[in-house]
Design a protein around this ligand. Structure first.
Ligand SMILES: [Zn+2]
Length: 598
């Protein structure tokens, strides 16, 4: 996305003479090999030639107004209706001398390149669509390398290939044609090879009060002079009046008037302030050393950065995430840090929808979280939002879902209270557990493993909540009041309380204390998986051959039927009875027997 936004392209800048007394028109192309296919030229609605034509002709002016309304997004340019009109000016093809018409077109952007393009409808999708819409000629000048015949009138051919219908440049591949034509333009001084970027320079100053002052003083004799270090920081005046017209700093002589730091004469302070993006491009590093008032960053910034996890909307991908990368490299090159990339991971969170639409004040479909927090508590609201969808997907708001989360937290609360009401809990002796106690313990540690991965690596908070719910259900169904049973349930409840605490911190803090702990939950380490608890018990299974018991095998309690059947067939005594007979059927009754029919 950033690569596309920066939009680096190598090409040739070349000039077309215009008929009449117009100045030559300079265009940029990445495909000089298609030059002989130019059948028209086009300029943006804001181009001076278009504006000049509009001044003479109201019909042209109307079309230009239409074109100006065009959305400049790349995707829109591809699919939108191609609007335009001839300007009554001819351009002279630099190689053939032929005249081609000059149009104004809404798919040409003033902000990209020179605001003018040479149109090659045979080999460019937008040019082709525009030509089709407005009945302009389409000419084939590139043919596929494998010699396939193409019909340029039926479909545009945008791939690289071999030049045709290109005079002395016929029969060249892309590179050779690019170089031969670029050479001609450079030799005749009518053009040059160049690199173009879609990304514009970043104007960092803003004519407004709200921002960091730019520490520059303008002197008539010395020009722009930086404010010396001992006079930093420049502090904005607080006694200002906001009129709504321009920056109020213009009206404060005490702020504006300053002595030139170089010659001491009367001078003027810069009144523009920095775009807030300037500071947001490096604040994350400054957070690591906010108390250092002599340098921007010290070694603590290098220790804490890069940022492990960035969470933000997709619009940051080409804004904040891009600017801060530029900024980080400047700081690195200045020796302020040795970190080159500011962020390690990006999570693009989804939107919150209500009734299928994005929540917005205009639509009146917003939900006031404060009201819900008042009614159900912050834990319920957080739990619902974490549970409703994976973070990168849109979340559909549901009042029922909020109530469901509230009911779950009540069940959770009751499960712990019921357990605590049962009295003191003894030591957990993992050597002396029966099958169902081992089963709950296995579930507990499987859940710890799953939630640790969900929260720590996958960022799927919704599945972490679901796993907590499952474990609480298992604890509730457990109903074992023996000492060992209560110890196993206690371990399970402690694990859920710890694991839900990032999502429902208040209730978990209370429950942790209820479970008999004096240490605050926030100071307790994350629960660890006991690998031994994950081991599955083995069960003995009878193996029959044609209904008669011929062996006994030990298999994992949760083994699947296919592996049980394979183990049964491999048993030594069973093999003796099967011998070289064909196995016609194998019946597996899980946990009990296998019958092999031969
Ligand atoms: Zn001066």
């Amino acid at each position: 996305m950033q690569r596309n936004w920066i939009g680096r392209s190598e090409g040739v800048e070349l000039t077309f003479d215009l008929a009449g007394d117009n100045d030559p028109l300079t265009v940029f192309t990445t495909r000089p090999d298609t030059l002989f296919g130019v059948t028209y030229m086009a300029v943006a609605a804001e181009h001076p030639l278009a504006e000049k034509a509009a001044a003479d002709d109201p019909a042209v002016a109307a079309v230009i107004e239409e074109c100006k309304k065009t959305d400049a997004a790349e995707a829109t340019l591809e699919t939108m209706e191609k609007k335009g009109m001839p300007l009554g000016i001819s351009a002279i093809h630099p190689l053939t001398g032929e005249e081609v018409p000059l149009w104004v077109a809404n798919f040409v952007l003033m902000s990209y390149g020179t605001g003018a393009v040479m149109a090659v409808p045979g080999h460019d999708e937008r040019d082709w669509e525009f030509a089709k819409t407005h009945g302009l000629p389409i000419k084939q000048v590139i043919t596929p390398e494998d010699g396939t015949e193409i019909d340029i009138d039926a479909a545009v051919f945008i791939d690289r290939g071999v030049t045709v219908n290109s005079g002395e440049y016929d029969g060249l591949n892309f590179e050779d044609a690019f170089n031969a034509i670029a050479d001609w333009f450079e030799k005749t001084k009518r053009g040059r090879r160049t690199i173009n970027y879609r990304l514009r320079d970043w104007g960092v100053s803003r004519q407004r009060y709200w921002g960091t002052p730019i520490p520059i003083i303008y002197c008539d004799d010395c020009d722009a002079v930086p404010v010396p270090e001992d006079q930093l920081p420049v502090i904005l005046p607080e006694d200002v009046e906001f009129t709504g017209h321009g920056s109020p700093l213009h009206d404060i002589p005490e702020f504006i008037n300053a002595a030139c730091p170089k010659c001491g004469k009367d001078a003027r302070r810069e009144t523009d302030t920095f775009d807030t993006f300037v500071e947001s491009s490096w604040y994350f590093a400054r957070y690591a050393c906010p108390d250092n008032d002599s340098v921007m960053l010290d070694e603590r910034a290098a220790y804490w950065t890069p940022v492990d996890q960035y969470t933000g909307g997709i619009e940051h991908a080409i804004l904040h995430l891009l600017y801060s990368r530029f900024f980080q490299r400047v700081m690195r090159d200045e020796g302020l840090t040795d970190v080159s990339e500011p962020f390690t991971n990006l999570l693009t969170q989804g939107m919150v929808l209500k009734d299928g639409a994005k929540m917005s004040k205009n639509k009146g479909n917003t939900v006031d979280p404060q009201e819900l927090i008042g009614k159900y508590g912050a834990d319920t609201v957080r739990l619902f939002m974490m549970f409703a969808a994976p973070p990168e997907q849109a979340l559909e708001w549901s009042d029922d879902g909020v109530q469901g989360s509230f009911r779950f937290l009540k069940r959770f609360w009751n499960a712990v209270q019921t357990h605590v009401d049962g009295g003191a809990v003894g030591e957990l002796n993992i050597e002396a557990l029966n099958a169902s106690q081992k089963k709950l313990r296995r579930k507990t540690h499987q859940t710890i493993a799953k939630i640790s991965d969900d929260l720590g690596r996958r960022y799927t908070f919704n599945t972490a909540v679901a796993a907590s719910m499952e474990l609480i259900n298992a604890i509730t169904r457990f109903e074992d009041d023996s000492d060992a049973g209560r110890a196993v349930a206690h371990e399970a409840l402690e694990a859920v309380v710890l694991m839900l605490s990032p999502i429902a911190p208040h209730i978990c803090h209370e429950l942790w204390a209820a479970l008999g702990h004096k240490t605050a939950l926030i100071d307790v380490p994350w629960p660890q998986v006991d690998e031994n608890a994950l081991e599955v018990d083995e069960v003995e299974i009878v193996v029959q051959v044609n209904g008669k018991v011929r062996g006994r095998i030990s298999v994992a309690a949760d083994a699947d039927n296919d592996s049980i059947a394979a183990l049964a067939l491999a048993d030594g005594n069973v093999q003796r009875f099967v011998a070289d007979q064909e196995v016609r059927k194998t019946i597996v009754v899980p946990g009990r027997l296998v019958n092999i029919v031969v």
